[in-house]
Design a protein around this ligand. Structure first.
Ligand SMILES: [Zn+2]
Ligand SMILES: [Zn+2]
Length: 269
């Protein structure tokens, strides 16, 4: 990050400025100088104007209709509401329907240290695990597992479409052959350098052939929780590519995931 980033964070390192941003967020329409000052509730007009001027340009714009948030202002207030900077949350482990695809043991979902998890109580394997902001937990304690399922599928779709989930920069995906865990899908952002890891088979989860294959068996793969999809963990190396066998009710569909994570239906010998 550059000096510009320091200047930007400096501009919002003040409680009154954060209040201005929040009031503009809560207003449905742009606000005039006096309407905004009333809402922020600062008697000293000079002081208010000084702090507003520090936000103008990057975070707040002044239009003919009044003051409004720019994208940077919206992003900042959204991040504040997500609770990543200020809150801590946790959800005690709760039972999840279904069984571990690794050992048949019972499953539970939990949230702690900003990580959501679906884990097996017997073999301790994490069938789903990743960082999620505290706001994610609100009103979802009772169905944490389903919420986590939807969250991670959405993140996967985002990086598959080439967008970084952290900064919206361009993402490249590649296949890596991990000696211990086998083929892995790795997505890396060209802008922030952030990475997102998944199993090689996970990139096939919404492939048309897979969706159709499940549909032929009377199932909608989009609503099957990822921890019940046992073939997600079963990719094997085939040269530089990976081989994935989708298994539904004993029927099999063979797929190939190539080095750049393109998925195709394998030729039958
Ligand atoms: Zn297990
Ligand atoms: Zn990024």
């Amino acid at each position: 990050m550059s000096d510009d980033a320091e200047a930007a964070f400096g501009a919002v390192a003040d409680e009154l400025r954060v209040r201005i941003l929040r009031e503009l967020w809560e207003a449905d329409d742009p606000l005039s100088f006096s309407a905004l000052r009333d809402r922020v509730d600062v008697a000293d007009s000079g002081r208010f104007n000084y702090h507003l001027s520090k936000l103008r340009g990057r975070f707040v714009e002044q239009t003919a209709d009044g003051y409004d948030l720019r994208l940077a202002g919206n992003r900042l207030v959204g991040a504040l509401y997500s609770g990543v900077f200020t809150e801590e949350a946790s959800v005690e482990p709760t039972p999840v329907e279904g069984t571990c695809t690794n050992c048949g043991g019972a499953l539970e979902a939990s949230y702690e240290d900003e990580r959501g998890r679906v884990t097996c109580t017997d073999c301790d394997v994490a069938l789903l695990s990743g960082g999620v902001p505290p706001a994610f937990v609100e009103d979802r304690e009772d169905d944490l597992a389903t919420a986590l399922d939807g969250y991670f599928r959405t993140m996967l779709r985002e990086v598959r479409a080439g967008f970084c989930t952290q900064c919206s920069g361009p993402v490249d995906g590649r296949l890596e052959h991990d000696p211990e865990h086998g083929p892995r899908a790795v997505f890396e952002c060209g802008r922030c350098g952030g990475t997102f890891h998944g199993t090689a088979a996970a990139v096939a989860l919404d492939h048309a052939a897979v969706v159709a294959f499940y549909y032929e068996h009377g199932l909608d793969v989009r609503t099957v929780p990822v921890w019940e999809v046992d073939w997600l963990h079963g990719a094997t190396r085939a040269g530089d590519a990976a081989r994935v066998t989708v298994d539904v009710d004993g029927d099999e569909l063979d797929l190939v995931v190539d080095e750049s994570l393109s998925v195709s239906v394998a030729e039958r010998p």
